[in-house]
Design a protein around this ligand. Structure first.
Ligand code: DP6
Length: 319
């Protein structure tokens, strides 16, 4: 029996991932770029070689769907694996408006491989995390991370890669418009969009150029350029969702309220740009000195706000 504990932070996409080119390997239709966030994290302990599979999520037995997904994921680490225990918990409430699957599968990949006694490269771990949830492949690294599309059929080159220099001190202000569980999970939503939106081909065609712009903006530390491409990628992604059949809309009235507030801030000379994922919550990119003002501007539309700085790499220890 051996045991390892990993910690990983969630990330927010600045240039978005939406749509898969291979469902079984979870390969993306587009490249993407993200920012890993500090303070919030998933802690996961894997015990390798127990008497039966037992998976705990925030101290309670995982529901059957999640348990089946974890069991399958562990078998990717070793198809002949012994029974394992997984104990995973988030230090952030699910009401915090952040998708926890990115930090969740990054931590699970790191802890499972270490507990199994194997040594994998960070790229291999990122490929593994991607199989659990696409966005998780970006949470192995801190700061700004690109997820390469990759060319290989087996997906071995579709993984995260950090963009240096990552130590650019920006802030993401997370505004929780609603903490209710989203009605359509991202995997199902992106597949129906891919199959039915007439705008999906345009979304795919323009993604690589958006990642180029985003990477350049990070390297130049040009917040306006990064904010503009982030908002544009966000709105294109949501346009593909709205124009699928059936239509898919994750926004609520408060989402538009936040977007108006962000535009008003920009008119007043504050550098603030908004992004939304598969849910109604709004995340605003800005400089540290403007973050309090951004949080105040979002307040009328949201249940809570969190001001988050860039976070570090995922870590693991054996014990
Ligand atoms: C809108 O990574 O949750 O947050 O690969 O199906 O698990 P699966 O999807 P997931 O999707 C994230 C979609 C997004 C944009 C992004 O994070 O890039």
């Amino acid at each position: 029996m051996s045991r390892a504990t990993a910690h990983a932070h969630p990330n927010i996409a600045l240039v978005k991932y939406w749509g898969k080119r291979d469902l079984a390997l979870n390969l993306p239709a587009v490249p993407s770029l993200s920012l890993t966030l500090a303070r919030f994290e998933t802690e996961t302990t894997v015990t390798w070689g127990t008497t039966e599979d037992r998976f705990l999520f925030n101290g309670e037995a995982a529901d059957p769907t999640t348990a089946a997904k974890i069991a399958q994921f562990l078998s990717l680490v070793d198809p002949a694996r012994p029974p394992c225990n997984v104990d995973t918990a988030n230090n952030f409430p699910s009401a915090a408006g952040l998708a926890s699957s990115s930090s969740g599968f990054a931590a699970l990949a790191l802890a499972a491989v270490a507990a199994s006694g194997q040594e994998w490269s960070k790229e291999q771990l990122s490929v593994l995390a991607r199989r659990g949830s696409g966005s998780a492949c970006r949470s192995l690294w801190g700061g700004f991370v690109e997820w390469k599309l990759g060319k290989r059929a087996d997906g071995a080159d579709s993984c995260g890669t950090p963009i240096a220099p990552s130590q650019w001190d920006v802030r993401m202000v997370v505004g929780v418009v609603s903490s209710k569980k989203k009605p359509t999970p991202s995997s199902a939503g992106m597949e129906s969009t891919r199959l039915t939106s007439p705008y999906f081909p345009a979304w795919v065609e323009t993604a690589a150029a958006d990642v180029e712009l985003g990477r350049k903006a990070v390297l130049d530390r040009d917040l306006a350029a990064l904010g503009e491409v982030m908002e544009s990628s966000t709105l294109k992604m949501h346009a593909t969702m709205w124009t699928g059949r059936p239509t898919l809309n994750y926004w609520l009235p408060g989402t538009l309220g936040c977007l108006d507030a962000v535009q008003a801030l920009r008119k007043a000379g504050i550098g603030a740009w908004a992004t939304m994922d598969a849910g109604p919550n709004v995340k605003v990119l800005c400089l540290p000195e403007d973050s309090e003002r951004v949080a105040i501007a979002l307040a009328p539309w949201v249940e809570r706000t969190d001001i988050l700085a860039p976070g570090g790499d995922a870590t693991v220890e054996q014990h």
